[in-house]
Design a protein. Structure first.
Length: 78
């Protein structure tokens, strides 16, 4: 049994003890992309600010923010 095999067994044992699901930041970020441009269907993180959405709408589509993101309400900063 080599070191690589021992390390793999340890990772598998730790994953099993942790419930089998490892939290990945990439998966969390994908789930947080809840804002979608209605013109190009690009997704944005739920923490994006109005200014960035306005820039996207005017630079990419020459439209207003309300055309691309109808009903968007910015969440207040904590």
């Amino acid at each position: 049994m080599g070191n690589g095999q021992k390390a793999q067994m340890k990772r598998e044992r730790n994953a099993k003890n942790a419930g089998g699901t490892a939290n990945s930041q990439l998966k969390v970020n994908e789930a947080a992309k809840s804002i979608v441009c209605q013109t190009c269907r690009q997704t944005f993180l739920c923490t994006i600010r109005t200014k960035a959405l306005e820039e996207h709408a005017t630079n990419k589509h020459s439209k207003t923010m309300n055309d691309c993101f109808p009903g968007f309400v910015e969440t207040p900063k904590k």
